[in-house]
Design a protein around this ligand. Structure first.
Ligand SMILES: *Cc1c(COP(=O)(O)O)cnc(C)c1O
Length: 346
């Protein structure tokens, strides 16, 4: 696969902005090259544009070379960059599953890229043929979210592999919830697929939604082109420092993940015994999707009682579905109690 044929001409030819920190790298005693303030406030200097130290820590944890890592302002940044790098506005198109995470569509619309939907099976499985049928010469990206949001399930590895092998464009697998799944990350398969980008984030299992740090893993060629297009200092120093602190707490994070998995099991079982709950879908993530008798009424009742869930009614294949994030034990217990009261009065 020749990646340069997939990259937009203007991006391929782009001469990126060269910042002071790019032009001089190394040790020196006086830095008067970037028009920064000389007064030390600990934040008066521009941050490392390529986040070398942070990437080395992530590289160890993820067992992948630093050169295969891109860091963004949340996953939202690499999602948007993928369009800007690979898709010609008004001409190219992308394909995504339905239902899935909303940002792929929003970024397609912002960038004026045609967005083609392929509905999952009724049991939320991926059918690779249905995706591949929609591919034409202008299809540049296929979006796959696994575990998928809002359905919660991992998508079949063999179906994804078929897409990776047959499609001559970029396949992006969003693994925002992979830390809650009993399956290896697609990162391990990166050497086999030059067209694969894997997205992960510190927003979910690592508990850092507020600092906005998303990760993209891909071939060095793809990483380089993402770096060329991003804002020069896209990850601020406070985020870089806080990410280093959080990433050092591996044991605590693992503990938190097992807590969530344990609560997911408990909550799922409890929910199944409530009369208004018709189905609790299998989850490989930190949330549960459930079908109830009347999603709007249930949503409103919970909200009146101070419990906010995500109403997914009206989304493809999600009629009368609510999406519920796994909370602390006492929060989950309150949810159950509230649903039982509601059910008793229905
Ligand atoms: C939550 C979520 C993300 C995370 O986005 P950030 O911008 O990194 O916070 C990415 N993808 C999916 C599918 C999500 O549900």
């Amino acid at each position: 696969m020749d990646l340069s044929t997939l990259i937009r001409k203007n991006i391929l030819n782009l001469k990126p902005y060269s910042c002071a920190r790019d032009e001089f790298k190394g040790e020196a005693s006086i830095f008067i090259d970037a028009n920064e303030s000389p007064f030390n406030t600990s934040i008066n200097r521009y941050p490392d544009p390529l986040q070398k130290e942070l990437k080395e820590v992530i590289a160890k944890i993820k067992n992948i070379p630093s050169e295969n890592i891109f860091l963004g302002n949340g996953s939202d940044e690499p999602i948007d960059l993928a369009y800007r790098v690979f898709c010609e506005p008004g001409i190219d198109n992308v394909i995504a599953i339905d239902p899935t995470y909303g940002m792929y569509k929003v970024c397609a619309d912002i960038n004026n890229i045609e967005y083609r939907n392929v509905t999952l099976s009724n049991e939320y499985h991926l059918i690779s043929e249905k995706i591949l049928e929609k591919v034409d010469n202008n299809t540049k990206i296929i979006w796959i979210c696994s575990p998928n949001n809002p359905t919660g399930n991992l998508l079949d590895e063999n179906e994804i592999t078929k897409i990776l092998n047959s499609f001559n464009g970029i396949v992006i697998i969003d693994e925002a919830y992979i830390d809650f799944a009993q399956q290896d990350s697609w990162i391990t398969k990166l050497p086999n697929f030059k067209n694969l980008i894997v997205l992960q984030t510190l927003s979910k299992a690592w508990g850092c939604a507020a600092i906005r740090l998303g990760m993209a893993f891909a071939s060095n060629e793809i990483i380089n082109v993402l770096n060329k297009v991003k804002y020069p200092y896209n990850i601020n120093i406070l985020t870089q420092q806080q990410a280093l602190i959080q990433l050092s707490k591996i044991e605590k994070t693992k503990e938190n993940i097992s807590y969530i998995l344990q609560q997911r099991e408990i909550l799922s079982n409890e929910l199944k015994h409530i009369s208004i709950v018709e189905k609790v879908y299998k989850s490989d993530s930190n949330f549960l999707l459930l079908k109830v008798k009347n999603a709007n009424a249930t949503y409103n009742y919970l909200a009146q009682n101070g419990i906010i869930v995500r109403n997914r009614n009206n989304i493809t294949l999600c009629d009368n579905c609510l999406r519920i994030t796994i909370g602390l034990a006492r929060e989950n217990e309150k949810l159950i109690a509230s649903l039982k009261t509601f059910a008793a009065n229905c």
